[in-house]
Design a protein around this ligand. Structure first.
Ligand code: HEC
Length: 102
């Protein structure tokens, strides 16, 4: 009996984990912040530059814009952390806006 409960608990835990990781994100740029200096740079500098030193400035970030966009959308970056939809929107919508140095 104990074993059965254990198996059930594990199954429940696993499926709830799966739900979290596969939860899909759809960019919503209607009210999203789109300033590089105010919105994007602090997020990237605080969450990415520790591993990606080339993301320490505008040139490095904008040069990798499309790669960054797909890693933010699929949730694979920031590695070891996660962004809220609002934080994802700030980066994704800034990129979709042409990644200006604004
Ligand atoms: C803990 C370290 C770590 C952090 C923090 C991190 N990354 Fe990464 N990142 C990696 C590693 C390791 C890889 C290579 C393995 C892989 O592709 O998953 C990678 C790969 C990438 C790639 C693919 C690069 C390529 O040439 O294909 C992009 C883009 C990227 N990260 C963007 C980001 C962004 C944007 C953030 C912040 C939101 C971030 N990363 C935070 C470690 C990190």
């Amino acid at each position: 009996m104990k074993k059965l409960i254990f198996v059930l608990a594990c199954t429940a835990l696993l499926s709830s984990c799966k739900k979290n990781t596969s939860s899909s994100y759809t960019p919503d740029c209607s009210g999203a912040a789109k300033s590089f200096a105010t919105d994007v740079f602090p997020l990237v500098n605080g969450n990415c530059t520790g591993c990606h030193t080339k993301y320490a400035n505008y040139t490095g970030i904008s040069g990798d814009a499309s790669l960054i966009r797909s890693r933010i959308v699929d949730g694979s970056m920031p590695k070891g952390g996660s962004f809220s939809s609002t934080q994802k929107n700030a980066i994704v919508c800034w990129i979709d806006n042409g990644a200006p140095n604004n």
